[in-house]
Design a protein around this ligand. Structure first.
Ligand code: NAP
Length: 346
């Protein structure tokens, strides 16, 4: 079973599962919304697996029992990934993430066939701000985000609160028939790479569009991300599900790259005719104008702009993940943006 199957990451998970011949119970909020599910039907038509769509909402506690019936693996990807466009962060992000995880895992406790849960967590559950790295050479799976709150980095807070809730419910299983399912979390950095759907609102897709459309032409803040390809993230979910010895958390980051590194890679590969940013905006300028230009606060700017960020990805490699170069991820992603007409080809 895959929750949130209409999403950017889940699309690739469903594709790989169907290619491997699995029967996939996929939950979406609206199974009749063509934009959310047509690409999944198209994949199912040409792959050996079987796709069954179910309607489920994170805030509807009973909606996950029917889709989970008979499943041995649950991949819980559904969670809002939006950074702006809301007024109440608790209602928009935290409640669906945490209550949703509780509802899904309570259903898992009622499902006798279930053996393994793979939760799509995030590096946002590992750290909140770049300054949290103080004194460390890199973040590892032993680190937890203790600095985010509903008021400061609410998306990050929604992810760490949801992952903690998942471990709490997992650890509360006792004896027989409890301890039926074990938990693996996949903790990706910023995910890029081609999308199988145009309908996703994932914040991943927005930054590349902004770069290609010239919104960031005058420069980018000195912000570093741990980047990973969406196809590696999806493969990691399958490895986490079907590798018997898999356990615990797995950070999924290929490399740390700055926004300017992303722009430079795109310019090298697609040419100077696109309005990719060419310079860093000095931190005092970001401090002065940032809060008027996007969903960033001065507290975020002071704790993230100009700081390094590094992740130790060795555990994911022991799981079998192999990372493609960031240049290839960005090439495939931007090529798709051009093909879909989201940015005009020049
Ligand atoms: P996405 O395309 O926006 O997918 C999010 C999914 O969650 C959508 O399928 C959405 O369904 C579903 N969802 C949201 N609210 C829901 C609700 N109340 N009930 C049921 N479903 C709901 O974003 P994504 O990037 O693929 O993210 C998938 C997961 O990966 C999330 O848990 C996110 O936190 C995590 N993640 C993402 C990144 C990244 O860089 N993209 C990095 C680390 C972790 P609808 O189609 O119905 O809206």
């Amino acid at each position: 079973m895959v929750t949130g199957a209409s999403g950017y990451i889940a699309g690739w998970i469903v594709r790989y599962l169907l290619e491997a011949g699995h029967t996939v119970h996929a939950t979406v909020r609206d199974p009749h919304k063509a934009a959310s599910v047509d690409h999944l039907h198209a994949i199912a038509d040409v792959t050996p697996g079987t796709l069954k769509l179910f309607k489920a909402d994170l805030l509807d506690a009973d909606s996950f029992d029917a889709p989970m019936a008979g499943c041995d693996v649950l991949m819980h990807t559904a969670s809002p990934f939006v950074l702006d466009g809301f007024t109440d962060a608790n209602e928009a992000l935290v409640r669906p993430a945490v209550e949703g995880t509780r509802n899904v895992l309570n259903a898992a406790n009622r499902c006798e066939t279930l053996k393994r849960v793979v939760l799509t967590s995030s590096v946002a559950s590992v750290y909140g701000d770049a300054t949290d790295m103080k004194g460390k050479s890199a973040f590892t799976e032993a680190d937890w985000n203790t600095t985010s709150t509903v008021d400061h980095n609410p998306y990050q807070y929604s992810k760490v609160a949801a992952e903690r809730e998942a471990w709490k419910i997992h650890d509360a299983q006792t004896g027989e028939p409890g301890s039926r399912w074990d938990l693996v979390t996949i903790n990706p950095g910023m995910v890029y790479g081609p999308s199988l759907t145009n309908a996703s609102h994932s914040a991943s897709i927005g930054t590349l569009l902004d770069m290609g459309r010239g919104k960031l032409r005058s420069g980018v803040p000195d912000l570093v991300y741990g980047m990973v390809d969406v196809r590696e993230v999806a493969q990691a979910h399958l490895l986490g599900a079907f590798t018997t010895e898999a356990e615990g958390r797995y950070i999924l980051v290929s490399e740390s790259v700055s926004m300017l590194d992303i722009a430079a890679s795109l310019r090298r590969q697609f040419g100077k005719q696109y309005p990719f940013p060419m310079m860093k905006v000095p931190k005092p300028v970001v401090w002065a104008v940032g809060p008027f230009m996007g969903p960033v606060t001065r507290k975020f700017i002071s704790r993230n702009v100009g700081y390094p960020l590094r992740f130790d990805n060795r555990r994911s490699q022991t799981l079998g993940v192999t990372y493609r170069p960031v240049d290839d991820t960005l090439r495939d992603h931007f090529e798709q943006v051009l093909e879909d007409g989201l940015v005009r080809r020049r």
